[in-house]
Ligand binder design. Structure first.
Ligand code: PLP
Ligand code: COI
Length: 370
């Protein structure tokens, strides 16, 4: 967006006051050591609505809870919906920290653009998010490996069955105290190279965090689990030859000391963790490559003893080491089934910066004045 457009959007929105209705029945907080992922929700949520004549309006924070939906509600039929995932942490000094949240807002607007959902004012939405997090600050868990996961999402709300972009939408944010995303935690996971199903294809919606991308991924995930693997490695949609992503994460392979990740096309979700990992690796003078990576090259490198480590990366798990990779009738072990040195260093550094235990040389952390 150019500055003029952005300035206009800000005028429309930034001075809007967010109304707040506090809960009168606060929930019991869950045990911090047994949170799982996305199973518990805080006391409040943020909502704003969109209509063509009003723009985004009626911004409000209200008690968390269900709301009525018309059976014809567009999102339930044609899946016009997008979401984000980000985390809030509490620093050792008790400050509330968000990690690169403006990146999530920008990506949400890019997802909106792809799914024909109207743009929103990113500064205003971030303001709303920080206000919500501050209100529910007591829900930010402090046990190691935990965080408050923030889930902004937007969906179509017209009650019309015609296949067309909705004229009304709802933007919401809910908060969930979470533990590690995978049961394995930082222990390496086993990954199945999916030979048939694809997650995304050139010209499709892969670069958007569109709800339907995830619905379409579940069958392959289920099949991989039946084979004893925990996630799939997605290949490109045209030749099923090049690596794209792993589960709902970006992926890196350390081949002979070079950290290789697929370059971003429109079939890959541009991960904020991926970008942070690349930035850290470059700052450590570790060679990186963003390029096409054939799955055959990975197996060849393994045969030659040059496949050092592999990991997925994303907000939920941060770094998830890959210990075993199955492809057709072969299965290889990576790094002796243990977390690699660079994977561990990345995990420690990213989580150290996110939680305020390490210096933030890249200006990634937003500290809330609470
Ligand atoms: N790839 C997919 C498909 C995802 O859903 C996510 C998570 O949001 C990622 C990659 C990692 O992105 P990020 O690091 O921004 O969480
Ligand atoms: C991630 O953060 O890596 C994710 O993919 C989140 C997931 C819950 C969709």
């Amino acid at each position: 967006r150019n500055r003029k457009e952005r300035g206009k959007k800000q005028r429309e929105c930034s001075n809007v006051k967010i109304s707040v209705v506090k809960t009168t029945t606060p929930r019991v907080k869950p045990d911090q050591n047994n949170l799982g992922f996305g199973r518990f929700f805080t006391d409040h949520m943020f909502i704003m609505d969109y209509a063509e004549d009003l723009g985004w309006h009626d911004a409000r924070i209200i008690p968390y809870g269900p709301f009525p939906m018309d059976p014809a509600c567009a999102v339930m039929h044609y899946g016009q919906a997008v979401f984000e995932g980000m985390k809030a942490y509490r620093s050792p000094e008790g400050k509330i920290l968000l990690f690169r949240p403006e990146q999530n807002m920008a990506r949400l607007n890019r997802s909106n653009q792809r799914m024909s959902i109207p743009q929103f004012d990113e500064d205003f939405a971030l303001q709303a998010i920080t206000q919500l997090v501050a209100l529910d600050r007591d829900w930010i868990p402090e046990a190691p490996g935990t965080a408050l996961y923030l889930r902004p999402f937007v969906f179509a709300t017209d009650s019309v069955l015609g296949v067309r972009a909705s004229s009304t939408y709802r933007f919401m944010v809910i908060l969930s105290p979470v533990g590690p995303y995978y049961q394995e935690g930082l222990n390496p996971v086993s990954i199945w190279v999916e030979p048939h199903y694809i997650r995304a294809v050139r010209g499709g919606t892969g670069y958007a965090k569109a709800a339907g991308n995830y619905a379409g991924s579940l069958l392959a995930q289920k099949n991989a689990q039946a084979k004893g693997y925990s996630q799939v490695l997605w290949l490109d949609g045209l030749e099923r030859k090049y690596v794209e992503e792993v589960g709902a994460m970006n992926v890196f392979f350390n081949i002979g000391g070079v950290l290789i990740t697929p370059d971003l096309g429109d079939s890959i979700l541009p991960g904020i963790t991926r970008d942070s990992v690349l930035t850290l690796l470059r700052s450590w003078d570790i060679p990186t490559e963003e390029r096409d990576l054939e799955v055959a090259e990975i197996f060849r490198a393994h045969a030659e003893g040059r496949l050092v480590e592999a990991f997925g990366c994303g907000t939920a798990a941060v770094i998830s080491p890959i210990g075993r990779l199955g492809w057709k009738d072969q299965a290889i072990e990576i790094g002796g089934g243990k977390i690699g040195a660079i994977s561990q260093r990345l995990y420690d550094t990213v989580t150290g910066i996110q939680t305020g235990r390490l210096e933030d040389p890249f200006g990634w952390v937003l500290e809330l004045d609470n």
